[in-house]
Design a protein around this ligand. Structure first.
Ligand code: HQG
Length: 184
């Protein structure tokens, strides 16, 4: 395996462990999702041929900055399904946010709005390109939704932003959604 391939595999495993299944690596997250970096390092080294320097590089070079490593602790910045409280403060969002999904979800989204499903929040992005990347990772035709975040915020809904710039909301009721013009 090339070094680049190995780093991608380790990074994916880190997302899996830190977001969804810490017990798979014998780890326990604290209430805010942090785990000792030494313990994570031990778990990764028992599974992969990586050094501490490699792991630090994976964290630093991660294209979406998925992890924060500080004070010898590490956590995933967003995307959890396990119970954690990231202790994010509500903030005013940009006027418009985007969500990319698959077109087949539209009937159900039209009925019940965007729901957080297995995660803690609905994930939104400030730019349409990111939404398109998320959408095209799914099978079939994609759909980009535009969220009227300004109106949603002014009508009392809270927004949060993760340390790596993903916008988060509890849900997005359908009256704030419209298909983006760029959608096929
Ligand atoms: C859909 C990646 C039917 C929703 C990305 C999505 C993101 C509904 C799916 C992050 C629905 C949930 C999250 C409804 C929502 N009816 N379908 N009422 N409400 N959905 O994976 O946003 O690379 O939990 O549209 O960049 O796709 O992992 O969310 O298609 O930030 O760091 O239900 O994952 O980040 O899927 O992706 P997900 P997502 P990472």
């Amino acid at each position: 395996m090339t070094q680049a391939k190995l780093e991608t595999e380790v990074s994916k495993y880190m997302s899996y462990v830190l977001r969804h299944a810490p017990e798979a690596a014998g780890l326990t997250l604290d209430a805010e999702g942090w785990v000792s970096f030494d313990e994570l390092e031990k778990a990764l080294m028992s599974k992969y041929d990586v050094s501490r320097a490699d792991i630090i590089e994976i964290v630093e070079n991660n294209p979406k900055k998925r992890f924060t490593l500080t004070d010898n602790r590490i956590r995933a910045n967003q995307g959890h399904s396990v119970e954690v409280d990231l202790a994010l403060n509500p903030v005013e969002p940009p006027a418009v946010l985007f969500h990319g999904t698959s077109l087949t979800n539209w009937q159900s989204i039209e009925r019940e709005g965007l729901q957080k499903m297995q995660r803690h929040h609905v994930h939104l992005s400030a730019d349409v390109e990111t939404a398109k990347i998320v959408a095209t990772r799914r099978k079939g035709e994609y759909l980009i939704l535009r969220v009227d975040a300004a109106r949603m915020f002014s009508e009392g809904h809270s927004f949060f932003v993760s340390d790596n710039g993903v916008w988060l909301a509890e849900s997005v009721p359908v009256q704030y959604l419209s298909p983006d013009a760029g959608t096929p």
